[in-house]
Design a protein around this ligand. Structure first.
Ligand code: PHE
Length: 422
């Protein structure tokens, strides 16, 4: 036993380097118990923060919300590795919704149990997580993922099993086309990319650069929409450059970009790289506006870019915790009371997705996956934290967006855009 301890410790300590090829980035500011993105998974660190206050148990990188024997729902989220900021927030939003619903008597008299499995920011792990949800937990509905590439990897498995899958926040348009059991409760990148382009055009910016993450379906899809919409509105993409996830240095690509003298740089990627791009662009003296979308939503962005965010940086998002709507205020208060932190858009989208699933189960009057699927397809005007949710014929939800800027390090609403604006 003792002899085993040292090598194991050594392995755990070196795991971030093995997994990511580079040392772990700084931990998210808001999540005391959250694992450092890229940090080793272990029984204690990969459990969701807030578990102490949760109704269920946590073991390793799985969590259970609600009683052990309620109606079985499955969640899969990146509780660990590079996208853990997304997964941790989503887990908390879903857990809060489950507990609220159960406290009000559950659905059709039955309590809900959410089994949460770790997709660990990787396609293979997402597939394994969903296998466990379908086979071991016999989940009636599967809820996940955030990152489009991970949702896309798993959708065919849910479709084949004929178990409805609901993504709270994956925006890649092709996702729900994977089959009639695949839903989302958020807008698609067709809409989000149009919002990004519209915002830039409204600002009068004409020369744009795209920086795309070449390994992300989300980033590639959104880049295409931004290009199409920005160009159609009179803008011009003067340069389109690729980068890869976990890339630490953007100076050569940014030097090229600087020479083009753009008005705006679009960065439709995730927070780790967006944070570094903002920092390194400003260090190089690039003054252009830098605009992104929901993938920026993480405290890690603020840690990486710091005060530089206050100047000419914007991103489109699903909601803002500062919105004046009563639904938002109630949600923010309940989340803060439970987790002692403020909910980002991931938490809000995830919270809404559980309520939409609960509504569908209630309307179905059945716990059979086929009946729940049919009821999901008919959800209309659900009053969510992230706006009204109506599932359309393509199983997507058309919704407004907020465009966020930063002031003194805090997000502020620059403007809001409606579906009719694009
Ligand atoms: N929309 C992103 C994707 O599809 C994920 C995301 C959602 C990120 C919401 C942040 C906030 O990959």
């Amino acid at each position: 036993m003792n002899r085993l301890r040292l090598p194991l410790l050594t392995l755990l300590v070196s795991l971030p380097v093995l997994l990511t090829g580079c040392p772990a980035p700084p931990p998210p500011a808001d999540s005391g118990a959250a694992p450092t993105p890229g940090a080793p998974a272990s029984a204690s660190t990969s459990a969701a923060p807030g578990d102490a206050a949760a109704s269920g148990n946590s073991a390793g990188s799985t969590t259970t919300w609600g009683p052990a024997d309620g109606l079985s729902l499955g969640g899969y989220m990146s509780l660990t590795d590079s996208l853990s900021s997304f997964g941790q927030s989503s887990n908390k939003g879903m857990g809060l919704a489950i507990e609220e619903i159960n406290a009000k008597g559950g659905v059709n008299g039955q309590q809900l149990t959410l089994h949460m499995e770790d997709s660990a920011s990787k396609q293979e792990e997402a597939k394994n997580a969903v296998r466990r949800l379908l086979d071991k937990h016999q989940a009636k509905v599967v809820i996940g993922e955030v990152a489009s590439s991970l949702s896309l990897a798993v959708a065919p498995d849910c479709q084949a099993a004929k178990v409805p899958m609901v993504s709270p926040s994956s925006t890649n348009p092709t996702l729900t086309a994977k089959g009639d059991f695949i839903f989302r409760t958020c807008f698609t990148d067709d809409q989000q990319g149009a919002y990004v382009a519209k915002f830039a055009l409204t600002k009068g910016w004409k020369a744009g650069v795209i920086l795309r993450d070449i390994n992300s379906d989300y980033s590639k899809g959104q880049s295409a929409v931004i290009t199409k919409r920005f160009t159609a509105g009179g803008g011009k993409i003067v340069s389109d450059e690729g980068y890869t996830q976990k890339q630490p240095d953007f100076s050569s690509v940014l030097t090229k970009v600087k020479a083009k003298n753009p008005d705006v740089i679009f960065v439709p990627g995730y927070y780790n790289e967006a944070g570094l791009i903002i920092k390194q662009a400003r260090e190089l003296g690039i003054k252009a506006a830098i605009v992104g979308a929901d993938g920026w939503d993480s405290p890690v962005l603020k840690e990486l870019a710091g005060d530089l965010l206050n100047d000419n940086c914007y991103f489109v998002n699903h909601y803002s915790k500062t919105e004046d709507r009563p639904r938002v205020k109630e949600f923010v208060a309940a989340y803060k009371a439970k987790f002692n932190e403020e909910p980002d858009a991931l938490a809000a989208c995830a919270y809404d997705s559980i309520y939409v699933v609960a509504e569908a189960i209630k309307a179905a009057g059945s716990t059979e996956p086929q009946a729940i699927r049919d009821a999901l397809a008919k959800v209309q005007n659900y009053d969510g934290v992230t706006g009204q949710i109506t599932i359309d014929a393509q199983r997507n939800a058309s919704k407004p967006c907020v465009v966020l800027a930063f002031k003194d390090g805090q997000e502020v609403i620059e403007t809001t855009l409606q579906p009719s604006d694009v």
